[in-house]
Design a protein. Structure first.
Length: 457
């Protein structure tokens, strides 16, 4: 990791060189050389002396450098060095975006701790930004619901760790997009290679995975490199692993144990370095009991299991996803200047929130694209989405992006509305159970439901 030290006292440069560890160090002595070093070397961390000439007492040069960093490379972490009389300047630097400040003459060990802490913060924020980039590319990872936060947090932790991971979840929840994001965060240099075990006949799947030699079987007119070999140095994603034939499971187990393969028609082993991710919507544990999936293979594949939540469990994420797809598909369909299908109406949002989405994100994608095509007005209706307002749906307040500041009563009503809607849905649309969840009486629940627009009858 690169560290830029901005210090006009060149006598201290040698001291920093031997006392600071685990960084590639560059030096600057003034604002001009600091900006040049930032542009040329893009350091992750900067140790900045605020008191630079020609106006050391007022820290104008140091604060100007900090302002440049925050404007042009805000991901860089800046640790301020300040004299005892510059406390106010240090606080100003924190306000501008510095992550820490230390007194000049600080113990070397403490300085190393401060710099490593800044480096760790920079690395974590970089990983979050990278994750968000992949999230918006993949779109299905968009979401702020609690279950999505849990899933993405676990994914981020496990992504750099070379363990085989099972992605478990219903069809259409975005398991492959999670897998792609894990690969992009893993640091592996090879390709991401995916294969759907359910879409290829069992007799051909072995050749697809491990490849074959010329003449290995009828129709094998030339040598073929399999998916495992293609993924060498990268990630192999086995979708619908539960559909892998039993006779092939033993060969997959050997590959996972030995990290080598043999092409069909060959006896020469080939070493491969592959991270294996797999996914299924089936209950693999029950398949083991029935004898349709090998237990030893399961334990090799599921060194870590990541649960992907269903869309119906993700609360308001459905609205964020729908808006993302609305923008994406309007661009794809060249409708950016059209006044049709510009937004979802209040009743459409209510319908989407109440619907159970058996097809998950994939179903949402299809309904939004269809709605854009058939909608004749600026607001998409529930009918355009092939959804209807029914029991359990709630007409949520519609807020226009006009800078309106809600009153406290409006904020309270909105919060109460979401709470009773969530409780009513969680209860299976049972008023008594929903009231108990909220610790209120049935009459109070009915009264709040009426104010909120929740459809009960």
């Amino acid at each position: 990791m690169k560290l830029l030290i901005v210090e006009d006292d060149t006598g201290l440069h040698a001291q920093y060189k031997w006392s600071i560890k685990d960084f590639e160090i560059f030096y600057a002595i003034d604002k001009k050389s600091a900006i040049e070093q930032i542009k040329n070397n893009n350091p992750e961390v900067i140790l900045l002396d605020l008191g630079l000439p020609p106006d050391a007492d007022n820290a104008t040069e140091g604060l100007a450098i900090l302002d440049f960093v925050m404007t042009h490379c805000p991901g860089t972490k800046v640790v301020i060095l300040t004299g005892s009389e510059q406390h106010e300047h240090a606080l100003k630097a924190i306000e501008l975006g510095a992550c820490d400040f230390q007194q000049k003459g600080i113990d070397n060990e403490l300085l190393n701790v401060a710099l490593k802490r800044a480096a760790k913060l920079q690395q974590l924020e970089f990983e979050v930004r990278k994750l968000k980039e992949n999230v918006y590319e993949g779109s299905s990872l968009i979401g702020t619901s609690r279950l999505m936060q849990v899933a993405t947090r676990e994914m981020t932790k496990i992504a750099p760790v070379p363990v085989s991971t099972l992605l478990s979840g219903e069809s259409g929840t975005g398991k492959e997009l999670f897998a792609k994001t894990m690969h992009s965060l893993s640091g592996r240099k090879g390709e991401f290679v995916a294969i759907n075990c359910a879409s290829i006949p069992g007799e051909l799947l072995e050749s697809e995975l491990f490849g074959h030699e010329k003449g290995a079987f009828t129709g094998a007119h030339k040598k073929k490199i399999g998916k495992v070999e293609q993924a060498d140095g990268g990630t192999l994603f086995l979708d619908e692993i539960g559909d892998m034939p039993m006779e092939l499971q033993s060969k997959m187990l050997r590959f996972l144990q030995e990290r080598e393969i043999e092409r069909v028609g060959s006896t020469k082993p080939i070493k491969v370095d592959v991270r294996v991710l797999c996914a299924t919507h089936q209950d693999i544990k029950s398949m083991q009991t029935k004898g349709t999936f090998r237990s030893d293979l399961y334990f090799r594949l599921a060194e870590f299991t990541l649960k992907i939540p269903a869309l119906r469990e993700r609360e308001h994420d459905v609205v964020d996803l729908a808006n993302f797809y609305l923008s994406t598909y309007r661009n794809e369909l060249n409708m950016t200047h059209s006044h049709k299908a510009r937004a979802f109406g209040r009743d459409s949002i209510s319908a989407m929130l109440a619907y159970d989405w058996p097809g998950n994100v994939r179903e949402l994608q299809n309904l939004v694209k269809t709605a854009i095509v058939i909608c004749e007005t600026d607001l998409i209706s529930p009918a355009d989405l092939d959804l209807t307002l029914q029991k359990g749906m709630m007409l949520l307040p519609q807020h226009d992006d006009d800078g309106h500041v809600q009153t406290l009563s409006e904020v309270r009503l909105e919060a109460e509305s979401k709470a009773i809607f969530r409780a009513y849905k969680k209860s299976g649309r049972n008023v008594s159970v929903a009231a108990k969840i909220l610790s209120i009486s049935r009459p109070t629940f009915y009264s709040m439901a009426a104010k909120s627009g929740l459809i009960i009858k």
